[in-house]
Design a binder for this molecule. Structure first.
Ligand code: WT7
Length: 647
């Protein structure tokens, strides 16, 4: 990127924005010098039942670890997300829902949303769900997913949403870990004209999970699906029969709100636990600021409800602010590449939030599908999930945003709850590909491998010093792993797992993961998880997975596979292993390239030298650096020869 490529705040934007450059400087300084004062003011955004008396009690010292915010206050999340908007907005739209099938849509008003949430909360209560119990939600992007989350928290229970593209096995693992009592799913889901058998997967997932007492089934397709009387309930019948008012349950600020699973560097997904008040304060206040949302704006996040992006900035952020949001069930490419743009035009979307991988794939279709639609309603654009390459950034800016919309490239993680780095649109000029500057209360540090905090322009590990209210509090059932993963590597700081560069203007550019996690189309996948799925195939002896540079996905899954002696290296087996991974994890985890390798390069201690495998996967065969630790150098030569032969 040319260093001089800076896009100033668009003319007139700062004057109407919540935060301009001067406000950013002033508030950022305040939030760092007096975090308790700053967050106390932000906490007034919520309606409390009992106000808190102490703002924070935090320490990142692993021997004395504490993260508590607003701890003695009490509240209810669903009251903050719904009830408090009813006086003014009962008949106004909360959700514009667009079906996968063009032409099919629904408008859900705040009043209808409240009615459904109360009824479903009563259903859950009648099934014995109470404070602290876990409700698993395996639903596509339909309004019922919002109802399910809100009903759960209304009674003080804890939701764990599982991406509806995950396999039965992935769902089962999450149920087994969370000990969910009820599962809410649908008969079937639709995406891109294809049907996914959600209820069938759900049945497979709960068969051996005795914690699940009931399964609530939303009728989405109306198809006939297996139904277990006594255990299963139809969502529509149960909610129709339930009372329309459910008294919200008072919970403590630090009581859990939800669990969300994400991949890490070991085989087992981590159930990150978010608590109520801190998360709601951080998600709710930052959403309004970073997207510069104003009353009446229509907001659309294309994220799937299974990821944290959707939790904070498609569901909780808009709900807490009483904002109208678009929910779209389908994919950008079906029935054709103009689908998203038609939805923006139809609903007059003002703020549009998506991921670089989708932009890269739509860019390939050229401008014609975009030109068919009037996108002049757009005022702010957002990007999240992975670093956005400057080409995609410029296309988003000029072709979609007509050159007039700032791009809010916000960097954060499941662990951080909500934003950490972001160019606040009325305050911070854009530099393509840079998540720019810290959000209020966030203290980024660029840390060397030796643990030294670097000053000025620098490359290093992305860390944060000092707590903020929205950060995850623990990994469910594994607090040791939580401390070890995030707080032990660089004492006194939270370590994100990402690499980062800071330039001479103090702008941050995220360089991608530095741990054994790869980012495929904005989805986090642990290489160890992928390797164990591949290695569980009967023909496979061993496998090593690395991420390689992929034009559309950002990173693609490159799997080196060593077969057992009696198995043959055929294309049919490649396809079978791919199907195997899809069934065990999800289609998003499908290997893009499978390279047969009679052996993997290891050191004398048996550790796989991924550095070398990464180079080969990126067709870089030149310099493997220090190879003296290799147990058998011929292994590398053999893989290189095989790889070259396949190119
Ligand atoms: C990982 C977190 C915010 C939720 C998105 C997914 C990458 C996220 C950016 C960005 C560069 C980004 C990081 C991070 N990432 N946003 N704007 N620029 N990289 O949350 O599934 O927990 O994944 O996504 O590598 O660690 P997640």
């Amino acid at each position: 990127m040319v260093q001089s490529e800076v896009y100033p705040v668009p003319p007139g934007f700062a004057a109407q924005a919540h935060i301009d450059a001067a406000a950013y400087e002033r508030l950022y300084r305040w939030s760092i010098e007096d975090p308790d004062g700053f967050w106390q003011k932000e906490a007034a955004f919520l309606d409390w039942i009992k106000p808190f008396t102490e703002v924070s009690d935090t320490s990142f010292d692993v021997n004395d670890f504490r993260v508590r915010w607003f701890a003695d206050g009490t509240l209810n999340g669903s009251v903050n997300c719904i009830d408090r908007h009813l006086a003014e907005k009962a008949d106004k739209p909360a959700v514009f829902w667009e079906s996968d099938m063009p032409g099919e849509s629904r408008v859900v008003t705040w009043g209808e949303l409240a009615d459904k949430v109360n009824r479903l909360a009563n259903v859950l209560k009648s099934l014995g769900v109470g404070k602290g119990d876990v409700v698993a939600i395996y639903l596509p992007v339909i309004p019922e997913v919002m109802v399910a989350m809100m009903a759960t928290i209304r009674i003080g229970a804890v939701h764990t949403v599982v991406f509806s593209g995950f396999s039965a096995e992935s769902l089962e693992n999450r149920i087994a870990d969370s000990k969910a009592k009820v599962l809410i799913t649908a008969d079937e889901g639709f995406r891109g004209g294809r049907i996914s058998p959600l209820k069938r997967n759900a049945d497979d997932a709960v068969r051996n999970q005795p914690s699940i007492e009931h399964v609530i089934v939303v009728r989405r397709s109306g198809a006939e699906v297996p139904f277990t009387p006594g255990r299963d309930l139809w969502y529509d019948e149960a909610t129709d029969a339930a009372e329309p008012w459910c008294e919200p349950v008072e919970v403590g600020a630090e009581d859990p709100l939800f669990i969300l699973y994400t991949s890490g560097s070991t085989g087992k997904p981590k159930g990150l636990v978010h608590t109520t008040a801190g998360y709601l304060v951080h998600a709710g206040t930052s959403w309004r600021i970073i997207f510069d949302w104003h009353e009446g704006d229509v907001f659309w996040s294309t994220a799937d409800v299974g990821w944290v992006t959707a939790h904070s900035y498609k569901l909780y952020g808009p709900l807490l602010n009483g904002a109208t949001t678009v929910m779209f069930e389908g994919v950008p490419s079906w029935p054709d590449a103009s689908r998203w743009w038609s939805i923006i035009e139809k609903h007059g979307v003002n703020i549009f939030y998506t991921a670089p991988t989708a932009l890269r794939s739509l860019m390939r279709e050229g401008e014609a599908p975009v030109r068919k639609h009037d996108l002049s309603s757009l005022r702010v654009l957002g990007s999240v999930g992975e670093p956005i390459n400057p080409e995609a950034w410029r296309w988003f800016h000029s072709v979609i945003g007509g050159g007039r919309c700032p791009i809010v490239d916000n960097y954060w993680q499941t662990e951080t709850g909500a934003v950490t780095l972001v160019p606040i649109p009325g305050a911070i000029p854009n530099k393509p590909g840079m998540a720019a500057k810290p959000y209020f209360g966030i203290r980024p540090e660029v840390v060397s491998p030796e643990g030294v905090t670097l000053e000025g322009p620098a490359d290093g590990n992305m860390c944060f010093r000092g707590s903020w209210p929205g950060q995850a509090r623990t990994i469910l059932h594994d607090h040791e792993r939580f401390l070890k993963t995030y707080f032990a590597p660089f004492p006194g700081r939270f370590f994100s797992g990402d690499g980062v560069t800071r330039d001479e203007d103090g702008y941050y550019r995220i360089a991608g993961r530095v741990d054994d996690v790869i980012n495929v189309s904005g989805h986090r996948l642990g290489t160890v998880e992928l390797e164990s799925a591949i290695a569980s195939h009967p023909a496979v002896a061993e496998s090593a997975v690395v991420g390689y540079n992929h034009d559309v996905k950002g990173q693609g899954v490159f799997a080196y596979v060593t077969l057992k002696a009696d198995a043959a290296e055929t294309d049919e087996l490649r396809r079978e292993i791919t199907r195997w991974v899809r069934a065990r994890i999800s289609p998003i985890a499908s290997p893009d390239i499978i390279q047969w390798a009679p052996a993997l390069p290891k050191n004398r201690a048996g550790k796989i030298l991924r550095r070398i495998l990464l180079k080969i996967a990126n067709n870089d065969f030149s310099d493997f650096g220090d190879t003296s630790t290799l147990a058998d150098a011929a292994v590398v030569e053999d893989i290189v020869a095989r790889r070259k032969a396949e190119l």
